[in-house]
Design a protein around this ligand. Structure first.
Ligand code: BJW
Length: 254
């Protein structure tokens, strides 16, 4: 990223945010990277460089081997249990408050399952891929917070005798209807769309970027690296969201 004083893209994006009444924001693993949570697809450092998603994050893997899958998600939780929101999460929550106070809104649509947007102060977060902080009984459908799950053996089970699984969306599973509806409403009613820290390859979430572009609203991407959407967005801001978002907010208020 160029230095804060000489970045016309950043200034233009800040101008858009200043004028916008409704902003829809799609976030991915990258926004939590600076909180110490691993991303998926980055070469060398991403989870999928070491683990096979088809063996761990696919609905068929859960059916075939619930022990391995639930053990892995319990390990994943242990890695994010102590994570704290970073300046990117906090800046987004501040932007939401700013717009709400002015009679507008910021809809936060996240693919992340870590709960860090909410911990950073964002409200009404749409969790497209669910949450690792809730586990669901496969037999009775009842939810329970992760700290009430007995992990002394895998897979964990409920009193009803069902397997308890994380309330997340695995490959091959439908996204929650309520989340899909809320996301579509947000994208269809926004006057600026932002995509932050996502490789934009997992659908249907990545489709919201196409939808915003097809509506003709200005689009802003924040990512240290290029994505398949970089060439199509109005402003591509290169850099970590923990630095870019606070700077964007600062310039927006100037
Ligand atoms: C930074 C940074 C910093 C680094 N600051 N940025 C259409 C076309 C093709 C395929 C499909 C399609 N529609 C559906 C599919 C199939 C499939 C899919 O999309 N496959 C593609 C991969 C090819 N989709 C599904 O299966 C979905 N379900 C579905 O469509 O159901 C319909 C249906 C079902 C049944 C019958 C019939 C129809 C479900 C998708 C579920 C995704 N689940 C996962 C795992 C669960 C949660 C978990 O384990 O945590 O969700 S996969 C994984 O990818 C996770 C993420 O949420 C998701 C997106 O990844 P994300 O967030 O973009 O992370 P990365 O690592 O890819 O990128 C990180 C980015 O951050 C990078 O760009 C970095 O540069 C950047 N970055 N540091 C800012 N500091």
């Amino acid at each position: 990223m160029a230095t804060p004083t000489e970045n016309p893209q950043l200034d233009k994006a800040a101008g858009l945010l200043r004028l916008a009444r409704r902003i829809a924001v799609l976030t991915g693993a990258g926004i939590s990277a600076e909180s110490g949570i691993e991303t998926f697809r980055q070469p060398r450092t991403g989870l999928w460089a070491r683990y096979d998603p088809m063996e761990l994050a696919h609905v068929d893997a859960l059916a075939r081997d619930p022990k391995t899958v639930t053990e892995w998600y319990h390990w994943r939780f242990s890695k994010c249990a102590d994570a704290r929101p970073n300046p990117g999460h906090e800046a987004l929550a501040k932007l939401q408050k700013l717009k709400r106070d002015a009679g507008g809104d910021v809809d936060v649509l996240t693919q992340n399952i870590d709960g860090l947007h909410q911990a950073g102060g964002a409200e009404d977060v749409v969790e497209l891929h669910g949450s690792i902080l809730r586990w669901r009984c496969q037999k009775a459908g009842a939810m329970r917070p992760i700290h009430e799950v007995d992990f002394s053996s895998f897979p964990p089970t409920s009193e009803a005798g069902g397997v308890l699984r994380p309330d997340i969306v695995l490959f091959g599973e439908m996204l929650p209807t309520g989340a899909l509806e809320a996301a579509e409403r947000a994208v269809m009613s926004c006057d600026v769309f932002m995509t932050i820290g996502t490789s934009a390859v997992v659908y249907p979430a990545a489709g919201y970027i196409d939808l915003a572009i097809s509506r003709g609203v200005p689009t802003v991407e924040i990512n240290p690296d290029a994505t398949p959407m970089t060439g199509s967005v109005t402003h591509a801001l290169r850099g970590p969201s923990g630095a870019v978002l606070p700077e964007l907010l600062r310039r927006m208020r100037d």
